[in-house]
Write a protein that binds this ligand. Structure first.
Ligand code: RIB
Ligand code: CA
Length: 327
């Protein structure tokens, strides 16, 4: 499976990138970076550093959008991901190379054109680059095999605000464009990612691996873990972005409904993903008419996904058998 990951690394993005490079099913053709958890320069540096750590100099990085389509960047979230985007756990090595000259949007268009009907885009940050790529090449959505998005919240509250999930809130205009295009989209939102977490004991095992990836996690995970413990009472960490990757690796672990989805761009619910469930007086109210149905993940076999992710992460960091997965 040919994949480009569009990412704002970001701690859970880093886990997803480690997982992707430890998944033989994937032919990782590149990373495209976007603002979000941190500013674009930090996200791009982190993407390059992560690929150095997993020794993948063959995977190009293309720098993407610094700001949303129609509003100023809301700024980083250092309380979650650190000022450096990787947990502020100490200096990470400097990148050994530069990003490619193409922008993320150009890279997405050229890669899709080079592999018509074969490219999967795994989008685990704000969807600005995908919207810009559609502007650049309006037929892009007929060239791409599928888009899997970590983001949104169909039937549950948000995490960035009571209404909205972070990636969608970061650029609702871009998300609404992406969910309205002709490519097949699967939305892996908080409806399922808030059900997938790694227990503290397993986090400890991954961080203790005497390898470069293990030392990266030892730097990156404590801040994220303490944020989640303080705000959610969680013992461990959510695996938002890795869960979207798991949807590629083990789709049968997810229950998916098909609805047209609009993304709110106004008022206090800006960023909320609104599916038209077909249970209103008018089955398809005007704003949803003519919109394609997308796959919305509404349930997940959490222990199956955690088991897969823990096994792959253990392989990626060279940790000892990390025991049974949590749920
Ligand atoms: O809401 C979780 C998402 O927002 C994840 O992609 C995380 O990395 C942040 O970007
Ligand atoms: Ca992310």
């Amino acid at each position: 499976m040919k994949v480009v990951i569009d990412t704002d690394p970001g701690i859970d993005d880093a886990l997803a990138i480690l997982l992707a490079t430890a998944s033989p099913e994937l032919d990782l053709l590149g990373l495209t970076t976007v603002f979000g958890n941190c500013a674009i320069d930090v996200a791009t540096r982190n993407a390059l550093v992560l690929l150095d750590i997993v020794r993948r100099p063959d995977v190009p990085v293309a720098r993407g959008a610094a700001d949303p389509l129609a509003s100023p960047y809301l700024g980083p979230v250092p309380q979650v991901h650190g000022v450096d985007g990787l947990g502020d756990g100490g200096p990470s090595p400097s990148p050994t190379r530069e990003p490619v000259a193409q922008s993320a949007a150009e890279f997405l268009c050229r890669t899709a054109a080079a592999h018509p009907g074969e490219l999967t885009i795994l989008a685990i940050g704000p969807l600005t680059n995908l919207a810009l790529a559609l502007r650049l090449r309006p037929d892009l959505d007929t060239l791409v095999e599928r888009v899997v998005v970590m983001g949104g919240n169909a039937l549950v509250p948000g995490n960035a605000t009571p209404a909205a999930e972070a990636n969608m809130r970061s650029d609702p205009e871009a998300a609404d464009v992406v969910f309205g295009a002709r490519w097949p989209v699967t939305m892996v939102g908080l409806d399922v990612t808030h059900r997938v977490s790694l227990r503290g004991a397993d986090v400890d095992r991954l961080m203790s691996a005497p390898t470069e990836p293990g030392r990266l996690l030892a730097r990156a995970l404590p801040l994220y873990r303490s944020f989640l413990e303080r705000t959610n009472g969680l013992d461990g960490i959510y695996l938002h972005d890795p869960t979207a990757l798991a949807c590629l690796l083990d789709p049968a672990a997810f229950a998916v409904s098909r609805w047209p989805v609009r993304v709110e761009t106004q008022g206090i619910s800006r960023g909320k993903t609104w599916p038209s469930l077909g249970d209103t007086d008018d089955a398809t109210p005007a704003p949803w008419q003519g919109r394609p149905e997308i796959g919305v993940c509404v349930d997940v076999d959490a222990s199956r996904v955690v088991g897969l992710l823990l096994d792959r992460l253990s392989t990626a960091v060279g940790a000892a058998d990390a025991g049974e997965g949590g749920g």
